[in-house]
Design a protein around this ligand. Sequence first.
Ligand code: IPD
Ligand code: CA
Ligand code: CA
Length: 261
Amino acid sequence: MSEVDDILELACRLAREAGAIQRSHYETDFRIDSKSTAIDLVTEVDHACEAKIVAGLTRERPADAILAEEGSGEDSSDAAWRWIVDPLDGTVNFAHGYPCFCVSIGIEHRGVATVGVVYEPLRDELFHAVLGQGAFCNGKAIRVSQIAEMQRSLVCTGFAYDVHQSDRDNLNHLTAFVKSAGGVRRDGSAALDLCYVACGRYEGFWELKLHPWDVAAGALIVTEAGGRTSGVAGGPAPHDGSEIVASNGLIHDRMLSLLGS
Ligand code: IPD
Ligand code: CA
Ligand code: CA
């Protein structure tokens, strides 16, 4: 087995283990706190999932860097491999018992997105991609959709946790898409939203002010499924997640023009 195969196998295993924690605590009582703003939630399940993943990585990949959302990993610019972990993407949904959340693990090799794994525990769907090797859901190859008209497209977005305070709130873009697309959704899990573009459930997704852990896995899964990602002006999507437009490629330019309007 190559090192990439080992890494993929470990990422899938850890994502499933963290997903099992989510499944077992779903719709139970757990502690909920807030972080950057009152609506930015974190639960004890987020922390338990991150602890499980970081412990596994520390044991099996001690030389690798870890950027984990809740801050428990050790990041480093010297390591060849860097694991970018969102232990529970969709925390607000999880806290409300709304069934849309996942584990997201993206792995960079010397700064290049190389492996992405997203696991949705309630539907038991595991999305994965390896650079140059395609994208898969539960082992079956996935492709983006073939719909080319915005009016027939189902698109998705999200809003940052500073939406109550900030004028850069994405509402102008939302209006433009509601008036042009076949439908617009706000599912509340950016990593899953990206996977749903990859497998053709959505034609497109955009969001501002995300973080590296929201997009590290899903963006690779989109491009490996034949889709396109970019920033809102059409240049490369920033690795820090600060803006992302993801699509089946066919509606991408139309998305960019709506985002510029
Ligand atoms: C959030 C989700 C949500 C997006 C937020 C993210 P979290 O991640 O991906 O869909 O709109 O911007 O922060 O906090 O649930 O890991
Ligand atoms: Ca997230
Ligand atoms: Ca999270």
